[in-house]
Each structure stands twice: as structure tokens, then as C-alpha cells.
Design a protein around this ligand. Structure first.
Ligand SMILES: [Zn+2]
Length: 455
């Protein structure tokens, strides 16, 4: 019966990865995230699960698996699942994206979380500025080159290129041979060679099973595969061609994109102005010797939001925000030097534009995935209205965090596992079309149904 793998999320959906790997002496969760459309039939921006009811509102709709010995006492207090001491040895995390971490907040804090060193720095920055789903858990850090044992299983983490630093895949040695898990990956970022390192490490272990993501495995993926390098070139062209202000919305923990826009700003004589939340992340990530990030104060300035009308002093800001006030620029500072600024502005901060009063003729760069559902389209519509209101040009510019279909096929062929289990994809069945050259079998997972690693 052992070892076996059960997928509780990421099944026929993008995100929501929750994989239970069991061997005779160990039970480990690979990621424990929130699905992008998890519960969207019952919850939306108006109706949310009640925090006070712990896991109860999520159990009601089957949005969390009822695994004994996994959840905290607090999460279970209003549910039929009885609290027992941990029966899960660890959560092993591939990277810090919400669709891989989002449900860890319900997990018993006695259960340790294994994550990359970079991920632990991101966790610390989030914990300081708001909260992190890893809060309260013992953190066990790893880097590529490390190996760690959990019961009868040995984990070998290997870095991969993705749209957040500190992303890993794993080779796991069990009592019945090896399996590999890709996490999320791409080849077209600045660290594409890291994904090749993962392939090589996995290939050498002749895995019996490969658990792979397939976000962009779909028919007619017409979108050109823009690399991060191409985003930089295009951004430089746009910024140089604009005399008024430039502002952009992009994911605040995509360090590749931060570096791209820092470089585009620097080479055109502009200052990149970031939010306080991004500033604390950059500060914490400076402790990571392997990462290159711009330095707050020296390379980038920090946007200081007005917290009340009238005179402000330091005590109006949280302790973690205060060190950034020295490098702070206000709405009126930005207004005074619009042609010299590249402003990072998350959509929820767009009302700052009312204070900045930008002159017409600037450029807005929407640096995110294009909307893929109705809610996303509505949000994008609101963003377009703001951009039109201030008289700016709207430009879409983004490199995906995921490999296109053809490159997922390459990874599958090169790893050479006996069995392939597609997750984090809406089209697991499409992997069947990869089988031209391979001698592997496809096993499309079913939610909550265990799969044997061998045979
Ligand atoms: Zn991801």
C-alpha cells in the first residue's frame, strides 16, 4: 500500500496545491494552498468565510480536506472533526505564492514547515508588515544542495525559475524508490537554468512518479511566450517614450519584475518609487546573498500614503513603517517631479492618484496576467477607467511565471518518470498528447483518492 500520494487540491484546477505523501514511517504535505476559484460558488468579495468559525465554513463546502491530526485546535473548535495531536509530520513548501501557502494558517502550529531560506525571509517581511500564513509554525530552512529526512523519506530540494524568488522542486526518496514534484516553473525568467538543474537532478534519480504543474497546458495558448528580458526591453522603450509620469501595477513579491522596472527606470534617469510593503520585503531580502535586489533609499524611494488630513508625524505610522519615512516621497513630491518617477501603485492604492493629480499623457503599465474570468475582467475594467480618467496610455506588459505547453512536455520527456501526474492545470487530459515519444503512463489524479507510487 505504501508509499502513496493523495491530491486534495490542484486537481483539474490552477492553484490550490495540497498533496499528501505517505510512506510507512511518515506523512508529509507538499504545499497547502488556496485554489484561485476555491469556493467562488459560495464566497465572493461580499460573502467571506467567517474567521471566527475556523475551518467550519470551508468544511461546509468541501474546500478543505477533513484530515485528522492536521488542523489547529482553533480551526476545529466549531466543527465535527475532533482535535487530536498532530498526525502529519510536516508541510514541505515549494514557494511562497498564495495558491501554495494560503491554507497553512489552519494547520496545527505544532507541525513544522520546511521552506527555502528565501521563502523564510519573505515570510518574515510579511509577518512584520501584516501577517504570514506560516506565522506560529517552527520553520526549517533549506537551500539547493541540502537534503533532509522526514521519517522514512528523504527530500532533496532543487531550485527552479518562477515568478517569485526561492521556488523549489523536490526529489523525494521513499522506501519504494523516488518521486519528483516540480512546484511551479518556467524557463524564460532570468534564472531559467535553475529549472534545468531540477530536471537533471530528477532525471538522475529515475523517478517512478512525476508530479508536475501544467498551468499553461491548454489548447490554442496563442499568447506569445514573452521572456523577462523582453519585458525589460519593452519597458525601456515605453519609459523613454514618455515625458509625463509612468506608473505600474505588478505583484509586489515578483523580484524579477522589480529588478526589470528598476533597470528600466535607472537607464532612463527615473526613480522607481515602491510601496512600504515592497520596501520591507526588499530590505529583508538583502540578507539573501544569492539575490540581487535594489536598495531602499539608495536605489529606490518609498511612497508614503497620507494617513490623515493635516500634519502627520511618525506616530501616525506603524513601527515597521517608520524607518522608511526618511526615504519617503509623498503625493505632492511625486506631483512635483512627474517626469522623473516610475511609480509602483497597486490597484487598491489608485485613489492616491486623486492626490498626485498627474498631468495627462503619461503611461500606465499593467504588468500582470490578463483577466481570465468575469470578476477579473470587471476589475480590469475599473483599472482602465482610472487610467482613462487621468489621460494615460494603457499598456499590457508581462512575462508569465509558468512554462508554455511545449516546455512542460520537454520537462516531462527529460525527467523520464514512469508515471506522470498532472496537477495545477485545468487540462490534465491534454498531457495524453505528450506521449508520442515517451514510455510513461499518465495518471490524472482524482481529489482525495490515493495513488500508489509504484506499479
Ligand atoms: Zn506559483
Amino acid at each position: 500500500m505504501f508509499p502513496r500520494l493523495t491530491c486534495f487540491g490542484g486537481v483539474g484546477e490552477i492553484g490550490g496545491n495540497k498533496f499528501l505523501l505517505e510512506d510507512e514511517g511518515a506523512r508529509v504535505l507538499l504545499d497547502f494552498g488556496t485554489g484561485f476559484s476555491d469556493g467562488s460558488d459560495y464566497f465572493d468579495s461580499t460573502i467571506s468565510p467567517r474567521a471566527v468559525n475556523g475551518a467550519g465554513d470551508l468544511f461546509e463546502f468541501g474546500l478543505l480536506p477533513q484530515i485528522p491530526g492536521l488542523y489547529s485546535e482553533k480551526a476545529l473548535q466549531n466543527t465535527d472533526l475532533k482535535y487530536v495531536e498532530p498526525e502529519i509530520d510536516a508541510v514541505v513548501l515549494s514557494h511562497f505564492h498564495w495558491d501554495h501557502t494560503g491554507r497553512i494558517g489552519y494547520v496545527d502550529p505544532k507541525i513544522p514547515v520546511y521552506c527555502g531560506e528565501t521563502t523564510s525571509l519573505i515570510h518574515e517581511a510579511y509577518g512584520e508588515s501584516s501577517s504570514s500564513p506560516l506565522d506560529g509554525h517552527p520553520i526549517r530552512k533549506f537551500r539547493t544542495g541540502d537534503r533532509f529526512r522526514i521519517g522514512s523519506m528523504e527530500f532533496v530540494p532543487v531550485h527552479v525559475d518562477h515568478s517569485i524568488p526561492g521556488a523549489y522542486g523536490f526529489v523525494v526518496h521513499t522506501t519504494e524508490g523516488a518521486m519528483a514534484y516540480t512546484g511551479d516553473f518556467r524557463f524564460h525568467g532570468p534564472a531559467g537554468s535553475m529549472t534545468r538543474d531540477f530536471i537533471e537532478a530528477a532525471r538522475l534519480e529515475k523517478p517512478k512518479l512525476l508530479l508536475t504543474e501544467g498551468t499553461r497546458v491548454r489548447r490554442g495558448d496563442s499568447k506569445a511566450n514573452m521572456s523577462e528580458g523582453a519585458v525589460l526591453e519593452e519597458a525601456q522603450r515605453m519609459v523613454k517614450g514618455t515625458e509625463a509620469m509612468v506608473f505600474s501595477t505588478f505583484r509586489g513579491n515578483d523580484v524579477d519584475r522589480i529588478n526589470t522596472f528598476y533597470e528600466a527606470s535607472r537607464t532612463s534617469g527615473r526613480r522607481l518609487v515602491v510601496s512600504m510593503k515592497m520596501a520591507i520585503l526588499l530590505e529583508r531580502l538583502r540578507a539573501d546573498r544569492k539575490l540581487r535586489v535594489p536598495q531602499v533609499g539608495k536605489d529606490v524611494d518609498v511612497y508614503v500614503r497620507r494617513k490623515k488630513s493635516g500634519r502627520l508625524d511618525d506616530s501616525d505610522y506603524f513601527p515597521w513603517e517608520r524607518p522608511f519615512l526618511d526615504h519617503g516621497v509623498s503625493a505632492s513630491d511625486v506631483r512635483g517631479r512627474q517626469g522623473e518617477v516610475f511609480l509602483h501603485l497597486e490597484a487598491w492604492n489608485f485613489p492616491e492618484l486623486v492626490d498626485i493629480k498627474p498631468e495627462r499623457g503619461g503611461t500606465y503599465i499593467h504588468s500582470a496576467t490578463e483577466a481570465f474570468n468575469e470578476e477579473g475582467e470587471r476589475e480590469e475594467g475599473v483599472i482602465r477607467n482610472w487610467v482613462k480618467h487621468v489621460g494615460f496610455r494603457y499598456a499590457q506588459l508581462h512575462a508569465s511565471g509558468h512554462a508554455p505547453m511545449g516546455e512542460v512536455e520537454e520537462l516531462v520527456e527529460q525527467v523520464g518518470a514512469k508515471k506522470v501526474v498532472p496537477v495545477h492545470t485545468e487540462h490534465p487530459g491534454l498531457f495524453r498528447e505528450f506521449r508520442k515519444r515517451g514510455r510513461w503512463s499518465l495518471e490524472t489524479p482524482r481529489r482525495g483518492v490515493p495513488m500508489a507510487l509504484g506499479a
